[in-house]
Structure formats: structure tokens, C-alpha cells
Design a protein around this ligand. Structure first.
Ligand code: NAP
Length: 337
């Protein structure tokens, strides 16, 4: 049995879901993977829950974690990392696409101190991908980020593990559940505003939906996939990005009347050594591999030189799905995937 100290940095919906999953899955982790995840600390912006002797969280500890009386003033991550033998840091603070902070500092410090890192935080990866990957590799450590690319949809695993040895020539995906939900409901007769309102009511869309509906979330995920799968640094400012705000109900209904659908597609292709990356609404026909990806589902097609075309679809699109993708990354680190 391997005992792995775990520090969770960030305790929003994803951090909470991760700690709960550690508890729910502890038997499976022991029996199937011979892993015992021992919680050392949880950090929020100003407070921390710290355990002097790291333990596997159970229902009692979950109750304590949810009781503010057990929280203390936040020590530095630096000092916590020095208190036990290295394990894994789960970095789930808010994503800042302009500075990458505080995630960048957390990830860099953790790697420097010999800890593996699993993150769902897009900001630091978008801005410092090569630097962080180089640092991880120089320390013989892993930095995994399934939660940042399409959460439970195993985009990175398929691209990096299942398609090993094959050249990926193009990827095309529906990478944002919110916009796909809105377009699906518009195809069923709602106006854009009605569909957005419904998505907000169901907790699928944020109260400020700009990041999703203007295509930025999709573009960032595409840039991360480009970095991981194609070793390409794509400047988001130079990418063609069109969201769904200008898609009219008439256009969507017209597409339906022709047996087609409008989807927000992210495309990255290599043509004659030049790279094309774009995000835009496109009309697709029923023979398109992503035609049936509806509601808040996501999907990704890979076009390869030797393995043909392969499409993955579905995957839970919420904090628990993102946390589960992170738990998968953690397990795979310790079985050397
Ligand atoms: N929500 C999803 O479904 C989803 C899916 C995929 C990826 N993600 C990504 O996963 C990450 C977490 O998502 P979320 O929805 O849980 O985020 P969130 O609601 O913004 O929560 C962020 C957490 O980070 C903490 N934090 C902020 N600054 C910190 C610092 N300097 N040190 C320690 N903790 C700090 C906050 O502390 P306080 O509690 O004190 O404010 C909060 O607990 C984000 O980067 C997000 O983009 C989210």
C-alpha cells in the first residue's frame, strides 16, 4: 500500500468535490490501486484546515472540515510542503487568465519542493505551460490537468496515451457545455435569452456568462490541447474566436429545417506545416461525428494518420466531474500513466 500525502489548494465547488471523492472512494483506492490518500491540509484564500498527522478523510473528518471552528489562519504552502514527505498537490484555485496567479505560484512551488501536481486551473497552464512542464520533467514529477481541458471527457488521455505513435492531424471539438446547452435549446424552439436564462437557472451557465458564450472557455481549452498534444504554443489573442452571442434563433431553426445543427466548434489542424486554430459556430450535418452531442455534453474528434478518426463524447460536466477527472489523474500518476 502506498501512502500519499495530499494538499488541496482551493476549496470552492471543485476542491470540495475532490475532498468528498477522496472519502467516498477510499476503499476502491486501497483495493484497486493500493493507494491510501492522506489529507494533510486544505487551503482557502485566508484560512486553512491542517492535520498534523495526515489521515484518510472519513465521514467524521468531513464534518470537521465543514465546521469553521477547525479552520485556522493560513500557513504558507511552502511551509506545509516541508512538513511531510512529498505527495500530491491538488491545485483548484480560481483561474486568472491574465496573471495565472495564484495558481502559477502554487504549482511552481509544489514542483520545486518535489510534489506532483494535479490541477483544473487553466490560467497558469495557458500562460506558463512549457515552463511548468519543463520544471516537472526536470524533477521527474508529473503535472496533470485533465480537469482543465474538458474535465470528465478524457481528451488528454486519449490524445496522449491511446493515440501514442499516431500523428494527430486535426482535432475538432465541442468543448463547452454551457454554449452547447444553449444552442440545443434554441434548436428546440427557445430564444437565445430564454435558453441562457434556463441554463443559468439550472446552474449550467454562470450569472456572468461572457467567458462561455463569447467562446473564450472553448478557446483556452483548445490552446491547452494544442500545447499538450501538438507541442504548440498558441497565442489566444491571435486565435479566431467567435462565440454564440450573434447566433440568431432564425439561423438555428433554419439549420434544423435542413436536418442540420449549429454547434460551437473548436478546430485545430495542421496543414502543410501551418497551424490553424479557431473557435466559431458552424452548421453541421447528421453525418458529422459531433452531430448528436447535445445539451451540456461535450465531444472531441481526433483525425490521425494511422488510427483513422476517433470521437469521444459525454462526460459529466460539473464540479464533481472535474474532481473525478483530477482523481483519475492522481491515480494515473502513481501507476505511471
Ligand atoms: N466549477 C467547475 O465545474 C470547474 C470545471 C473545470 C475546471 N474548473 C476550474 O477549477 C478551479 C476551481 O473551480 P471552483 O469552481 O471550485 O473555483 P472557485 O469557486 O473560484 O473557488 C476557488 C477557491 O480557491 C480559493 N483560493 C483563492 N485564492 C487562494 C489562495 N491564494 N490560496 C488558497 N486558496 C485560494 C478560494 O478561497 P475562498 O474559499 O477563501 O474564497 C476558493 O476556495 C478553477 O480554476 C476553475 O476554472 C472548474
Amino acid at each position: 500500500m502506498r501512502s500519499i500525502p495530499v494538499i488541496v489548494v482551493g476549496f470552492g465547488p471543485v476542491g470540495r468535490a475532490f475532498v468528498r471523492l477522496m472519502t467516498e472512494k477510499s476503499n476502491d483506492l486501497r483495493e484497486k490501486y493500493q493507494l491510501e490518500l492522506k489529507l494533510k491540509a486544505i487551503l482557502r484564500s485566508t484560512s486553512a484546515y491542517v492535520i498534523s498527522e495526515p489521515e484518510s478523510p472519513d465521514l467524521d473528518s468531513l464534518e470537521k472540515i465543514n465546521n469553521p471552528d477547525y479552520w485556522q489562519e493560513k500557513p504558507s504552502l511552502d511551509s506545509l510542503l516541508d512538513q511531510t514527505p512529498p505527495g500530491a498537490v491538488i491545485e483548484v484555485t480560481s483561474s486568472d487568465l491574465k496573471t495565472g496567479e495564484p495558481g502559477f505560484d502554487h504549482i511552481r512551488t509544489s514542483l520545486e519542493k518535489g510534489w506532483h501536481v494535479v490541477t483544473a486551473n487553466k490560467g497558469p497552464l495557458l500562460l506558463y505551460f512549457s515552463e511548468l512542464m519543463r520544471l516537472a520533467s526536470s524533477k521527474n514529477l508529473k503535472l496533470k490537468f485533465s480537469g482543465a481541458t474538458a474535465a470528465a471527457l478524457p481528451a488528454l488521455d486519449v490524445g496522449q496515451i491511446c493515440l501514442a505513435g499516431s500523428r494527430i492531424l486535426k482535432i475538432e471539438g465541442i468543448l463547452n457545455g454551457t454554449t452547447n446547452y444553449i444552442l440545443t435549446r434554441m434548436a428546440e424552439g427557445l430564444s437565445y435569452d430564454e435558453a441562457l436564462g434556463e441554463a443559468q437557472q439550472k446552474g449550467i451557465a454562470e450569472r456572468n456568462p461572457a467567458y462561455d458564450v463569447e467562446g473564450m472557455d472553448t478557446a483556452v481549452k483548445l490552446a491547452l490541447l494544442a500545447a499538450a498534444l501538438f507541442d504548440l504554443k498558441i497565442n489566444i489573442k491571435e486565435m479566431e474566436i467567435t462565440g454564440i452571442t450573434a447566433v440568431s434563433q432564425e439561423e438555428v431553426v433554419q439549420a434544423v429545417s435542413q436536418g442540420k445543427k449549429i454547434k460551437l466548434l473548436a478546430t485545430l489542424s495542421l496543414e502543410n506545416e501551418s497551424v490553424k486554430a479557431r473557435v466559431r459556430p458552424e452548421m453541421i450535418a447528421s453525418d458529422h461525428p459531433l452531430f448528436w452531442v447535445d445539451g451540456s455534453n461535450k465531444g472531441l474528434s481526433f483525425f490521425t494518420d494511422t488510427m483513422g478518426e476517433l470521437t469521444i463524447t459525454g462526460g459529466k460536466s460539473d464540479p464533481r466531474g472535474a474532481a473525478a477527472a483530477m482523481l483519475k489523474d492522481l491515480i494515473n500518476i502513481y501507476r505511471s500513466f
